[in-house]
Design a protein around this ligand. Structure first.
Ligand code: 0O2
Length: 221
């Protein structure tokens, strides 16, 4: 009896995670359509690359324990909003806002929360645009609303965040003060780079003007 209980739990959890995978697939399709259409209309690709991930079962359970969440699927569904994550890396800051606005204004996307760490960076210098959205996934039993976390940032912000993330975990969340200082300085340099690149871009192409970027491909998603 215990064995069949464990089997059923595993089956339920697998199905639970599948819903998140389908939601990620839906978002990736939306991003791909946006990118293709933008490229077609403006000959400009605002999206450099896209990554997605599902939180591992271990990581979900660790967060459940850390936050004291009831370890049932409905409670996990309600309280953990980053099981499905899609990270979109854009060329310029203006593109991050434009991509977020375009994605979240679609009829089947419900915007639950945004955190603008670009306008309000974290104390360590972390910058990114975060949004929690809900989209329907159509299963054989009917539609299921699924939560996806979007992170939208520029290449410079992404570069900084990847390195900071590695350092943070290497030092087990206790980053030595001299590295914290270096990272803060690097964040300021990344911000300056973003501003200069955007200025250059405007200077060369004019604000809102279509740009011709032959290297941009709809296939490099
Ligand atoms: P991973 O491995 O990328 O998934 P919480 O979700 O509870 O941890 P909160 O405050 O509800 O935190 O969410 P928030 O602030 O929107 O941040 C969640 C995610 O944003 C993190 O997920 C990171 O991916 C990213 N993030 C936030 N702050 C930082 C930061 O200072 N540095 C870096 N590099 N990334 C950050 P995870 O689960 O921590 O990591």
């Amino acid at each position: 009896q215990l064995l069949s209980f464990v089997r059923q739990m595993r089956e339920d959890f697998t199905r639970f995670l599948m819903e998140y995978q389908f939601a990620v697939d839906e978002v990736l399709t939306k991003v791909s359509v946006l990118r293709e259409e933008f490229l077609h209309l403006h000959r400009y690709n605002p999206i450099e690359h896209v990554n997605s991930r599902l939180k591992s079962p271990e990581s979900i359970l660790e967060k459940v324990a850390r936050r004291g969440i009831h370890p049932s699927l409905p409670s996990i569904r309600e309280n953990i909003t980053d099981i499905a994550g899609v990270r979109i890396t854009c060329s310029f800051i203006a593109d991050t806002y434009r991509v977020l606005e375009t994605l979240t204004s679609q009829d089947d996307v419900r915007l639950i929360q945004t955190k603008d760490y670009i306008a309000n960076p974290k104390a360590n210098g972390y910058k990114s645009l975060h949004a929690i959205i809900e989209i329907p996934v159509f299963l054989s039993t009917g539609p299921v609303p699924v939560i996806v976390e979007l992170q939208i940032r520029t290449i410079a912000m992404d570069f900084w965040a990847s390195l900071e993330h590695k350092i943070f975990y290497k030092y087990d969340r206790e980053v030595p003060p001299h590295l914290v200082r270096e990272l803060t300085e690097a964040a300021a340099a990344a911000e300056q780079l973003d501003r200069r690149m955007e200025q250059l871009h405007h200077e060369v192409h004019g604000v809102g003007q279509p740009t011709d970027r032959p290297e941009a491909s709809i296939y490099d998603i």
